[in-house]
Write a protein that binds this ligand. Structure first.
Ligand SMILES: Cc1cc2nc3c(=O)[nH]c(=O)nc-3n(C[C@H](O)[C@H](O)[C@H](O)COP(=O)(O)O)c2cc1C
Length: 338
């Protein structure tokens, strides 16, 4: 502290500001390097295939199967890529002798059972690539799987959409909806949902979030084509883009806070949309450089903002299916420290 006070009192103001900036940039660099090391060592990147990373792959590819199973215009024999990948991952899992009582393993075998059952139900033979993907041990695991861990569920009508839902009702009833009624969404209802979501807390109440509400069909189509995670569905009647302003943050240690505040706000917005009985689906903005640039140009977004997520919005269509997206038990993610 004494050195800091000495420097501040004895060097010209502009020079002092430059030194402070240099210190911030150095700290930012060091923190990013450490983050880089943590991520590159532990994420499920090629070459990092421990049990946890393999479980990530199992959940990732199983969700693709669930999505394919939930389509209204179901395409028999879909999914050669995720089925092949699940075959490789499950073989790997069993050859390491990992437990079959792990969430990702149960989800994967359950998703594959749902795939078989769906084909049986509609009288279609399984595609050749399915039969070629799994050995006898895995086929036994699939056969013995618990159906509640994957598959699809159906969207039911709200029991009473005019009465206010409690927070627990909202969390229990909201799901990602990707097929909507073919009708516009009221702008004022979306505005009311955004107003409600403004109750979300942010660090020091800085409120870095911003929302673009897109109704233009061509822009929605272009934006989601760049995004890439909406293949096989009709484009939604409305698309929200949540971003967060970097200018709301003032220290290198706050570098990830746009994502935290933006994420909390987005969840509040999803809840608010559900409270107005609108269907919604969060959509990632995990862009590569090309997608980032194209989206910024399309929507006129400067580098000052970070992408948080899109949210597709529309009127719920009763009776359509959605992926079950079964959740882990709370105790498996909780550590109590006494
Ligand atoms: C940040 C984020 C990004 C997502 N991106 C996509 C996406 O690109 N495409 C998609 O179909 N679903 C996407 N989802 C939806 C998830 O698949 C879904 O939330 C998850 O399976 C849990 O299911 P639920 O929302 O029905 O509870 C995303 C969800 C979140 C939170």
């Amino acid at each position: 502290m004494k050195i800091k006070a000495f420097v501040r009192d004895h060097i010209p103001g502009r020079m002092y500001e430059k030194l402070r900036r240099l210190k911030s940039l150095l700290l930012l660099f060091v923190l990013f390097m450490k983050q880089d090391r943590r991520f590159s060592k532990n994420a499920a990147l090629p070459g990092n295939m421990g049990q946890k990373q393999l479980e990530t792959q199992l959940i990732f590819f199983s969700h693709q199967i669930e999505k394919g199973l939930s389509h209204s215009n179901f395409r028999p024999g879909f999914g050669s890529r995720p089925i092949y990948a699940l075959g490789v991952c499950l073989k790997n899992w069993n050859s390491h002798g990992y437990s079959k009582d792990i969430f990702g393993f149960k989800v994967a075998t359950s998703a594959l059972k749902a795939y078989i059952d769906k084909h049986d139900e509609i009288g279609c033979v399984l595609p050749d690539f399915f039969n070629g993907a799994f050995d006898r041990e895995i086929m036994k695991d699939i056969d013995a799987s618990d159906p509640s861990f994957s598959g699809t569920s159906v969207i039911s009508g709200s029991e009473n959409s005019s009465s206010m839902k409690t927070y627990s009702q909202i969390l229990n009833s909201r799901v990602s909806i990707r097929e909507f009624e073919d009708c516009p969404v009221s702008e004022s209802t979306i505005e009311s949902a955004i107003s409600l979501a403004m109750r979300a807390p942010t660090v020091c109440n800085r409120q870095p979030q911003a929302v673009r509400v897109i109704f233009n069909k061509l822009i929605i189509k272009q934006a989601l084509t760049i995004q890439g995670g909406w293949r096989g569905y009709e484009f939604p009647p409305a698309l929200l883009l949540v971003t967060a302003h970097n200018s709301s943050f003032n220290n290198a240690i706050e570098r990830n806070e746009p994502y935290v505040d933006g994420g909390i706000f987005s969840m509040a917005l999803l809840g608010a949309l559900e409270s107005y009985d609108l269907g919604a689906c969060p959509l990632n903005t995990m862009f590569d450089i090309h997608q980032d640039g194209s989206t910024r140009r399309l929507l006129n977004i400067s580098e000052e903002e970070e992408f948080i997520m899109y949210i597709a919005v529309g009127k719920k269509k009763v009776g359509v299916s959605h992926p079950r997206s079964f959740r882990k038990a709370a105790e498996t993610v909780t550590t109590v420290i006494r």
